[in-house]
Design a protein around this ligand. Structure first.
Ligand SMILES: Nc1ncnc2c1ncn2[C@@H]1O[C@H](COP(=O)(O)OP(=O)(O)O)[C@@H](O)[C@H]1O
Ligand SMILES: [Mg+2]
Length: 368
């Protein structure tokens, strides 16, 4: 029998689309090192996001497409990922080795920013990405408790070594200023601290550095925006109507400092009863979607108000580690996947973020 024709393999692969990116895997340059050996086809499938559960199906779709060609007996696919690096920005100094910096912010405190930052960072690393987590809340750093580490970081040469927690490299002022000593910061000191945490920490090679911001629209956000290229911001909010004005302020601030908002996370969006696991829509449903529409942004996900989420934070074992198969962990993982997708979209488009409807992103993502 004649060898399988390389062009026919490419033709069927051109019909396999990443629905999030709305493009086929050949034009996305996901298909590399294609080899046809008699009746055997092999290639590397290189995604531009981590291999999250929603993306893993792309391999299956590609395999089925190639197997549908007459004469193909075996398909070998090596699934890999290469996270794009955000472009350099004028007047800003990238952190060596760090590809994408993502700020997790909100208009006000207590909405679950740190909880989202911690679980987002760990979920991305569970998908295989190299991830760091920087806590820039100098007034009330609570990341150390949430990841269960209370030790001073080691120093190598002139640099601080981040701690490793649940697969993520973590740095927080809380590691340095342990105990309850209050810290009084003035603007310039805060700026210096943020700068040191970016450049004087040995982050190594990271696909994502997630930055947990202090509440509000203040100095730390400004420092971050001035110092480094920030790929995007994740805005955390709660469903109450009162949070709206704060969300608007946060949007305005990021617009002013030219940081694109990747989308909104609605936290404490519904209640999961610990006894019956039933979902109760305390604030009504669809609030997050409506909010995203109003701000012409994306809804990255909704997280339930649930005892296990809080407990996970209190004992230093975040829910994505402590109960990885729970619906709460699934909500965080969906957000991690959507954040990675938004970053890949913006890197493909050179910065401009189209609005994509994530509401059906749990459905089948790939079309053949
Ligand atoms: N979805 C949730 N369900 C239950 N408790 C939550 C949830 N999200 C956050 N919390 C709790 O609310 C408190 C504030 O959250 P935190 O992440 O520290 O907020 P922020 O960083 O915005 O100030 C913490 O005790 C945290 O455990
Ligand atoms: Mg916080």
């Amino acid at each position: 029998m004649a060898d399988v024709d390389r062009e026919s393999v490419l033709r069927v692969l051109r019909a396999v689309k990443d629905r999030d990116l709305r493009r086929d895997i050949v034009s996305l340059n996901f298909v590399r090192d294609l080899e046809v050996n008699g009746s055997e086809v092999s290639f590397r499938l290189v995604l531009n996001t981590p291999v999250s559960p929603g993306k893993a199906g792309l391999e299956q779709a590609a395999r089925e497409a190639v197997l549908s060609i007459g004469g193909v007996k075996a398909v070998k696919i090596s699934l890999q990922s290469e996270i794009p690096k955000s472009p350099a920005a004028d007047g800003k100094q990238s952190v060596p080795g760090v590809s994408n910096i993502v700020a997790v912010s909100s208009g006000k405190g207590g909405v679950g920013k740190s909880t989202v930052a911690v679980n987002l960072a760990i979920a991305l690393s569970q998908f295989g990405a190299r991830v760091g987590l920087l806590d820039t809340d100098m007034y009330g750093p609570n990341v150390p408790i949430m990841v269960g580490i209370n030790e001073e970081p080691a120093v190598r040469g002139q640099k601080l070594l981040p701690h490793l927690a649940h697969g993520v490299k973590v740095m927080s002022l809380g590691f340095l200023n342990r105990g309850d000593k209050p810290v009084v910061w003035r603007g310039p000191m805060l700026h210096t601290a943020v700068r040191q945490f970016l450049y004087d920490v040995e982050w190594g090679d990271l696909d994502y550095l997630i930055v947990d911001m202090p509440p509000g629209t203040g100095d730390a956000q400004l420092s971050l925006a001035q110092l480094v290229p920030v790929q995007g911001a994740v805005l955390v909010t709660t469903p109450q109507e009162v949070a709206m004005a704060d969300v608007r302020k946060a949007f305005n601030m990021f617009e002013q400092v030219h940081i694109p908002v990747l989308g909104i996370v609605e936290n404490m969006s519904y209640f999961v009863c610990p006894n019956c696991s039933e979902r109760h829509e305390i604030f009504g449903s669809g609030g997050g979607q409506e909010l995203a529409r109003r701000f012409k942004s994306n809804l990255l996900g909704e997280i339930p108000l649930s005892v296990s989420v809080r407990e996970g934070g209190d004992i230093g074992i975040p829910i994505v580690v402590g109960a990885p198969d729970s619906m709460q962990a699934a909500a965080f993982k969906q957000i991690a996947e959507n954040v990675a997708t938004q970053i890949s979209i913006s890197s493909l488009k050179g910065g401009a973020l189209p609005i994509i409807d994530m509401s059906d992103s749990r459905g089948d993502r790939f079309t053949v």
